[in-house]
Write a new protein. Structure first.
Lengths: 427, 361
């Protein structure tokens, strides 16, 4: 008796399930084919926003840990971009969902999975770090969700800028940050041509950003005629840099380029003054990952050089900084806020262009159309310059500054303002 | 578990052993050949001068001293309770953190400028007090209620306690990097007649040797030391002989904590930066050092620590670069743990063997 009632239950239950799934199918086909305004769903599917519902935009940024300033700065810039539109897009509220990518591959995976699980996510601004982006782009690509990063710079995410697609490139991936091929060129040009360095050593930490930039520097430096006498690496979490610095000192490079992060870089600069060959800090060069308010205040970083994205100029940028200061009570804390603002606007503009409104006010945003729209961006005027996307997702108007941290500079803006050299790639 | 109670080895095993043995010998010879050839290659390349090789050894010994001091805490607790206190790395981190806060507060005072050794002694006292308190509380709150249960249970508790302490510190004091104030008296190198050595390295090595010697005498010659040895031999018998086992175990944690606190300050002086994650990696390394030297063995922890530190510092340059492996220093941890495996293949009980309870402690 008992068993029979169980069977009936299960049978009725499965019938109900079957019926409901059929009904669901019907609904979808209807929406897909004869949605108002002649909306035709593309191969990647679409997002439907009912009248009164918000448009969900994701962000993957590092907002905790040692590198939190990088992501926090961008999160603030995205919030300003939302404010500038009064929090609305096509009459719908913009709902920003920020996930912490922790600047690691594991964090990027988890954040991307959380966002990919939300069918309403239209697009993502992020990630902060290239290490997060590699797995995140792969996961988001499966869902067809577009991502625009403001601070990933690793060449492995797009291309070598000479037409060869990189291993980790995904069709849904775009970025407003420069490709590190350009930054490597800038740093190498400055070291070789302006500082007269003939030999160099590079140190990375195994992260795609640091390794990519160290390699880009090496290639450019050698193309100019210099010699990279030692290309080495440290491990994240390591504190005793003296063994690796012994090797660097023995190689006697004219310049040491270490595009890594804190705290490992803190240990490198603190311990390198124990080596007579490296005690001279104007032989040390870092990159944008180290252009932070906590690094430049270290006494051992005085006279060090840094490469990094040029600080934008012009009235629009000053106006943006004014809004930033009003809203958050301090000046921008990192280098990529303007890029993040541009990324958000690029995404918002594209959504406005491709969204189709139904007779009943439902908004349809087709994922493929959104990708195509962003991919065909040409001459988009942002804070960081005129953005044009290439076929591998590089949209930046790359300008790289080489700056120096001297005794006269007290804040990070001062250091970023102390520009010795600006590099722009030839078109 | 005494050897006498084990059943006699079955005949089948006696036949198989030589094959295993032969295989192990091949592994041993291959390892020695690999290391020797790599070392020969990199020394003969003349990349590093003699002074640079020597500096690598000194750097390794200084780092190894810190490992050794932490390793003592692991080894003593293991010797007495037969379990690994995985939160010990955090006890060390709390010492280093306390050192930062006290040194930072003192950094601007006349005391720090004029009587820096007095100031450092005060900082040391605070570090030791903080770490000892943490270690004793840890035992009282997390381990004592679980005593007598299967060893896996306090072990898992230890991992939980480790995370708790780490994130409690992160939550209370932030995740940013904290820099020790500079100690001018420790800047630069000093020439001892043989070769110049960084003053801070000299301090670390001297302090470690003194503390180790002190500990050895303490465990060997004092009544408390005798009680510790008795408890590690057999808790039940020790209790019957009138030893307060709970108190003795607390003392073991206190001694381990005190040494970890001192190690925290030394770490702070050498590396000048601490953050909430500082205890994790040195903790794992110190545990490795304790196993290398023979867990439960006090001189073993010292030998294991110094050995591991030297291997980490020398290994990548000496062996790996000899094979032209790019970015060899990135493989520092791989080298450290490979050495652990190799040493355990050569000597399964560690360099000096496992013991605390035997008469030599």
């Amino acid at each position: 008796m008992n068993r029979r009632s169980l069977f009936v239950f299960a049978f009725v239950g499965s019938l109900a399930l079957f019926a409901s799934s059929c009904a669901g199918d019907d609904d979808e086909t209807k929406a897909g084919t004869d949605g108002g305004g002649g909306f035709e769903e593309g191969p990647l599917g679409s997002v439907e926003v009912a009248p009164g519902d918000p448009i969900l935009v994701g962000a993957i940024q590092v907002i905790s840990g040692d590198r939190a300033s990088l992501g926090t700065d961008q999160q603030r810039a995205i919030e300003i971009a939302v404010d500038d539109r009064d929090g609305q897009l096509l009459g719908h509220d913009i709902d920003l969902q920020v996930e912490d990518g922790e600047c690691s591959a594991e964090g990027g995976t988890a954040a991307a999975q959380r966002l990919a699980a939300e069918p309403q996510v239209v697009g993502i601004v992020g990630t902060s770090c290239s290490g997060e982006a590699v797995p995140a782009a792969e996961i988001l690509n499966d869902e067809g969700i577009v991502m625009i990063s403001a601070s990933n710079t690793s060449p492995s995410l797009t291309s070598d800028l000479e037409g060869t697609e990189a291993d980790n490139h995904q069709p849904i991936y775009f970025r407003v940050a420069h490709n590190d091929i350009v930054q490597g060129q800038a740093a190498a040009n400055y070291a070789y041509q302006e500082l007269g360095a003939m030999t160099a050593a590079t140190i990375h930490d195994g992260d795609p950003y640091t390794e990519g930039l160290a390699n880009a520097f090496k290639n450019s430096f050698e193309a100019l005629g210099g010699e990279v006498v030692l290309a080495t690496a440290v491990t994240v979490g390591d504190t005793d840099m003296r063994p690796v610095l012994t090797e660097v000192a023995a190689a006697q490079p004219d310049i040491v380029f270490f595009p890594i992060f804190q705290p490992e870089a803190d240990f490198i600069v603190a311990q390198s003054n124990e080596f007579p060959e490296l005690a001279d800090t104007n032989r040390l060069m870092g990159a944008d990952g180290l252009l932070s308010d906590t690094f430049i205040v270290l006494p051992d970083t005085e006279d060090m050089y840094f490469s990094g994205p040029a600080t934008p100029t012009g009235g629009a940028y000053e106006e943006f900084v004014g809004k930033y200061e009003d809203k958050f009570g301090e000046a921008p804390i990192q280098a990529f806020h303007a890029h993040a603002y541009d990324s958000a606007n690029l995404l918002f503009d594209a959504i406005e262009k491709v969204a189709v409104e139904d007779d009943d006010g439902t908004l349809h945003i087709d994922r493929q159309a959104l990708l195509d729209e962003i991919g065909s961006t040409e001459g988009f005027e942002g804070l960081t310059g005129s953005l044009t996307c290439d076929e591998f997702g590089d949209c930046a108007d790359a300008k790289i500054d080489i700056v120096q941290n001297t005794a006269a500079q007290v804040s990070i803006e001062d250091v970023r303002g102390n520009v010795l050299y600006t590099f722009e790639p030839e078109e | 578990v005494s050897i006498a109670t084990r059943p006699a080895a079955p005949v089948r095993r006696a036949v198989q052993l030589p094959i295993v043995d032969r295989f192990l010998w091949i592994v041993r010879i291959a390892a020695v050949a690999f290391i020797a050839w790599g070392a020969f290659q990199s020394i003969s390349s003349g990349r590093l001068s003699f002074a640079q090789w020597r500096n690598l050894v000194v750097i390794g010994i200084a780092q190894g001293s810190v490992y050794a001091l932490i390793a003592l805490g692991y080894t003593m607790v293991y010797g007495v309770l037969r379990f690994i206190n995985f939160a010990h790395g955090e006890v060390f981190m709390i010492g280093a953190m306390t050192g930062y806060f006290v040194a930072d507060a003192l950094g601007e005072t006349t005391l720090w400028r004029d009587y820096v050794w007095v100031a450092l002694a005060f900082v040391l006292l605070c570090c030791v007090a903080a770490s000892t308190t943490t270690a004793v509380l840890l035992e009282r709150i997390c381990y004592r209620p679980l005593r007598g249960l299967p060893r896996l249970i306090p072990f898992i508790t230890a991992i939980g306690a480790s995370f708790f302490l780490q994130y409690a510190i992160a939550g209370l004091f932030g995740t940013d990097i904290k820099s020790y104030p500079n100690v001018e008296a420790l800047d630069g190198a000093v020439d001892l007649g043989l070769f110049p050595i960084q003053k801070v390295h000299l301090l670390v090595i001297t302090a470690t040797v003194l503390m180790m010697a002190g500990l050895y005498v303490y465990v060997e010659k004092t009544r408390t030391g005798k009680a510790i040895r008795a408890v590690s031999e057999d808790q039940e018998i020790a209790r019957l002989m009138g030893i307060d086992v709970d108190r003795t175990i607390s003392q073991v944690f206190a001694i381990g904590g005190a040494l970890a606190g001192a190690a925290g300050l030394l770490y702070g002086l050498v590396f000048e930066k601490v953050l909430f994650r500082t205890g994790f990696l040195p903790g794992i390394k110190a545990f490795t050092a304790a196993v290398l030297g023979g867990i439960g063995n006090i001189p073993g922890a010292m030998v294991g620590g110094l050995f591991l530190g030297s291997v980490e510092s020398l290994g990548p340059s000496l062996v790996l670069q000899g094979y032209d492996i790019p970015a060899a220093h990135q493989l520092k941890d791989v080298v450290a743990f490979s050495v652990l495996v190799l040493v355990l293949i050569f000597r399964p009980t560690g360099l000096l063997g496992e013991r605390l309870s035997e008469e030599r402690a």
